[in-house]
Design a protein. Structure first.
Length: 189
């Protein structure tokens, strides 16, 4: 058991008989006689549905330990993503819905920790930031001024994001996976 105020992103908890992954958790201290509150965004491991939950600060939650194994991403087949253990060559399939938005950033050969609960794969730990090449965007503009104008860019994986005007097609950029937002130019050699 863990106090609700100690919830952190990446933890797994059991709530109402279901297993959830904590996507985000923020603690708000109470004032006076009001106790604090923890607001958490949770993803159901079985269905992939995301819901928000509010916990009292003194409330206890059942935390569930997950086993992590490094696995190589092989391919996507319809609604399934296939991973292989690089030591035993055992393969597992995980539904795309369970992986959430970061599934668009999977590339063949990528090695990621896959989380297991009772020998069943329940999720993948994605890096916070990935490097992706810009496939299409408007020509770069280097203007002088105080305007903060961004433009659309289509990445190699098909995701469309907003980038600064100086980014050109073919450049590598760093993207925040969870937010799907431009971070900076990648420093590739």
């Amino acid at each position: 058991m863990v106090a609700a105020s100690a919830l952190r992103p990446g933890m797994a908890i059991r709530l109402e008989g279901e297993l959830y992954k904590v996507l985000s958790a923020t603690f708000h201290a109470g004032g006076g006689q009001m106790g604090g509150v923890t607001h958490a965004k949770l993803r159901n491991v079985r269905t992939g549905a995301v819901r928000e939950w509010r916990f009292r600060a003194d409330e206890s939650v059942a935390d569930v330990p997950l086993e992590r194994r490094p696995m190589q991403f092989l391919y996507t087949d319809g609604d399934l993503c296939h991973f292989m253990d690089t030591e035993t060559y055992e393969q597992v399939a995980i539904e795309r819905a369970r992986l959430g938005r970061p599934v668009a950033y999977l590339t063949e050969g990528m090695v990621l920790p896959v989380e297991f609960h009772e020998d069943r794969p329940v999720g993948v730990v994605f890096p916070d930031i990935v490097e992706v090449r810009v496939a299409e965007t408007a020509p770069p503009a280097h203007g002088v001024g105080t305007e903060n104008v961004w433009k659309e860019a289509k990445l190699e994986n098909g995701v469309v994001i907003q980038v600064p005007p100086f980014i050109a097609a073919g450049e590598w950029i760093r993207v925040d996976v969870e937010a799907g937002a431009y971070v900076e130019r990648a420093k590739r050699k």
